[in-house]
Design a protein around this ligand. Sequence first.
Ligand SMILES: Cc1cc2nc3c(=O)[nH]c(=O)nc-3n(C[C@H](O)[C@H](O)[C@H](O)COP(=O)(O)OP(=O)(O)OC[C@H]3O[C@@H](n4cnc5c(N)ncnc54)[C@H](O)[C@@H]3O)c2cc1C
Length: 443
Amino acid sequence: MASKQDFVRLPAPDGVNGWWESLPSPAPANTATGDHRFDFVVVGGGITGLCAARRLAELAPEMSVALVDADRIGRSTAGRNSGFFVDLPHDISSESYSRSVEADKADVRLQRHGIDYVRETVKRHGIECDWRDDGKYHASVNKKGHTALTHFADGLARIDEPCEWLDEAAIGRVTGTSFYKSALFTPGCSTVQPAALMRGLAATQPSNVTIFELSAVKAMDGRGQTKVLSFAAGRIEAKQVVLCTNAYAATFGGHPNGLLPVYTFASMSRVMNDDEITRLGGAHSWALIPADPMGTTVRRLATNRICVRNHFAFRPNVSVSAADLAKARHLHQRSFDRRFPMLKDVELQYTWGGALCLTANNGALFGKRADGAFEAIGCNGLGLSRGSAAGKLIAEHALGQSNALIDQLLHQPHPRSLPIRPIADVAVSAAIWVKEFSAGAEL
Ligand SMILES: Cc1cc2nc3c(=O)[nH]c(=O)nc-3n(C[C@H](O)[C@H](O)[C@H](O)COP(=O)(O)OP(=O)(O)OC[C@H]3O[C@@H](n4cnc5c(N)ncnc54)[C@H](O)[C@@H]3O)c2cc1C
């Protein structure tokens, strides 16, 4: 059976990824030209695919594994996020990030499993990606935000997770700005330089993994055991295929599969000079999430840059326009200026977007499909920790293992189907607009 639906949308250069730009130039890519055969092919070299390929190779050292990506590994979405490996409940469609006690506990179990796997890999291989186990601050800018934080704290108490309140002065001492009125510190979150992490995870794959970059899969043919993946100038025959293409797997029109490619955007400042660093004050490095999920995420980086993220846009074709990027940059500059009036000369050097894969019911795709391929798709905005876990666990599942977390993923809700376009476009865009509007001052 031809499965061209899976590959109709390919990564586009959506702005300039500041994390990638601040790394040294990579070695030339190994591209998929000519004919190849592998036991396993993992499609998608984001965090999910990187963990899937590693786990397959670890558990089956006698098997050959290919990991293919349409872009350079680290330049696409997994290398262009804000770098939070979130352990706690983080449902961005909920006003307090929380769901029910059972759902929250299940999320925490899964996310910590993913974080532990990547942290252990980073430590074992000495991957230089500024991995920090320093926790995160959830900060509010007004009474409404403080109330949302109170609900989040209540949700954490219900699942026995610790957190610590900071008043205006205390969060000001961390961030250097008087913009925030209160904050909750949660200790379990890790942060990274995401492009460096993805490159490091690629460079340290076991020796039975071959990586192909700048190699977009155009089509997959074959039902059951053997599949043929076609590229612009080559093909790979595979006994098993694992799809980790996240938002790029979204299909609309005749076959809506419930995956929503929703873009979010980030900007990174230039490096601050000594005078600017003194004017800002605060801690050398910190990571902050807004009280309202639609607000602005901010990181102060050890490299003396500041990274801000906000704004969402539903883009079913999985690419953004120059106008989208210009709007995002304008919003980022406004958010930056409001928080850091003492840094009025520090311009934003890079602005970019990346596609999240959201679903209306927080469901995701995990397991074996009717055509025999395996899939782990649907990050719901938390791909670093959830994708790490889903990638590792889909590999274990594909090799016939079973455990409680695989069961948890197999039994999670399937993404709820959406109305066909253009009804879906209007409904999703309107929902985003309403939520962003209500985030107000948190932007
Ligand atoms: C600005 C921004 C900030 C974010 N902040 C955070 C955060 O702090 N924490 C967090 O957890 N998440 C965050 N996210 C979301 C996070 O980046 C995603 O959840 C994560 O990247 C999902 O990982 P993935 O491997 O499942 O998918 P992706 O990273 O999307 O990887 C899929 C890969 O598949 C490849 N691909 C697609 N089609 C093909 C094809 N036909 N052939 C070959 N390759 C193909 C793509 O090139 C891509 O590399 C953020 C996202 C953005 C954009």
